[in-house]
Design a protein around this ligand. Sequence first.
Ligand SMILES: Cc1cc2nc3c(=O)[nH]c(=O)nc-3n(C[C@H](O)[C@H](O)[C@H](O)COP(=O)(O)OP(=O)(O)OC[C@H]3O[C@@H](n4cnc5c(N)ncnc54)[C@H](O)[C@@H]3O)c2cc1C
Length: 533
Amino acid sequence: MKETDFLVIGSGIAGLTYALKVANKFPDKKILIMTKAAADETNTKYAQGGVAVVNDLENDSFEKHIDDTLIAGDGLCNKAVVEIVVKEGVDRVRELIEWGARFDKEKDGDFKLGKEGGHSEFRIIHHKDITGWEMERALLEAVNAQENIEIIKHCFVVDIITQHHLGYLVIKSSPDIECYGVYALNLMTNRIEKILAKTTLLATGGNGQVYRTTTNPSIATGDGVAMVYRAKGRIENMEFIQFHPTALYEPGLRGQAFLITEAVRGDGGILRNKDGEAFMEKYDSRKDLAPRDIVARAIDSEMKRTGTEHVWLDCRHFTKEKFTEHFPNIYEKCLSIGIDIEKNMIPVAPAAHYSCGGIKTDEWGRSSIRQLYACGECSSTGLHGANRLASNSLLEAMVFAHRCFVDVVEKINSLSYRDHVPDWNAQGTSEPKEMILITQSLKELQQVMSDYVGIVRNDIRLERAMSRLDLLWKETEQLYQGSSLSPQLLELRNQITVGYLIVKGATFRRESRGLHYNTDYPGKSELVQNIVL
Ligand SMILES: Cc1cc2nc3c(=O)[nH]c(=O)nc-3n(C[C@H](O)[C@H](O)[C@H](O)COP(=O)(O)OP(=O)(O)OC[C@H]3O[C@@H](n4cnc5c(N)ncnc54)[C@H](O)[C@@H]3O)c2cc1C
């Protein structure tokens, strides 16, 4: 058993930013970060485009960034939260630079600014096309230099501990659910550990792996959302899954697909269909730089119309020098599979990319469960509404990590550890005999979600998806009850829960809004509402 004042689950931008702030404020207190993989294996590391932040006040303004965010969110953003993130983001980026992150600069010392879909101005600061890698590097270096932060790697958090584990009845309407820490499977010892904490922050990232192809790495299985749902906390707007329009298409690939950042289109890349036609002008006056949902649906429609599995991104009008100056990593990746961007077009197709909904939080990152904060992609703060504006998520994670920190500082001295929390009970379980039971169910889940709950939905597909998920859930619960735990089984269980929440949200939303497009309800409902499960 371990005890810590501050427990952080996740070592991406949200978890690390919060941990650094708390560690600086309380040099005599210990901060524990747990992560189920290597410390840097996070969605954060793969972010390419950059961070949307207002810098150039001559050409840009907070108002413009706020308006762009509200337009993308399609009526569901919380305007107060949008203002908070846009305005406070400037200070958070400055702090990140002080911690050592480097962003590309012009010769005169100003930031080089990129532009992405839905932005009215150039305002994306970046580090070539590996911005997330650079941010993760800087944060991890700062964290490693901090003596009072311990990172426990390869430790899979199974569940948050609440009154339920003490034998009390906890239901959705219980008003005072509290979090006392977590149970976690140490992947090095294969033992379940009990970690008691005065406060816990969930920063567990996204859930792209619920779909067959995704830009997210394998850690993105929605664990935090599933844990909070099991603990009877509030989850919001899960139906809004952003599909990135341009993941690199590689025949037969499942799982993580390589992203071709939107900034390539920002710099002039043009989408073309099978016949070479620049089709985006048929769909939106903003053409290739329309918001992602519009571009993804346009590509989906072109692929269905022409019977192809991808469209093309044409960068042949770039010189190698111009392209590699901003996108050296993409250039190398394309070249490694025989695509010379000066001569060949890049095959691209949409892939699951970002979860706009998640654990419902207030403006201080507090979840509906006491002593439990949530921050980063696993949370639903009200910033994104029905659709995330490109490059707003890294900014959101930093702003809310700070806000969780401000809130916890005020509370920590009045909090204590909970007594009599039982150890994990693994009695009556044994090693699962056949891994195929888990791998096959995962394939089925990803297939169902991609085919029935993808970019375009309708009622019959959602109904079918729900009945398939129901069966997968029953089989997996049976396996879970009788098996000793493995990360594969835990992830499958969480992914089925997340799939269920996405389908449930999509079923309740009888309209088409933002990222949720249902052909049975092509228009927007007059009732503007968040769906809370
Ligand atoms: C390819 C790609 C490109 C992107 N480009 C951009 C961009 O240009 N701009 C932008 O703003 N956003 C971008 N995003 C989105 C952005 O990167 C993410 O939203 C953000 O990094 C999420 O940070 P996070 O800290 O919330 O989670 P992550 O960085 O994903 O970290 C999650 C952490 O939680 C841990 N974890 C999860 N479950 C458990 C568990 N059960 N037990 C223990 N640990 C657990 C993981 O191991 C990991 O350490 C991109 C995303 C991808 C995938």
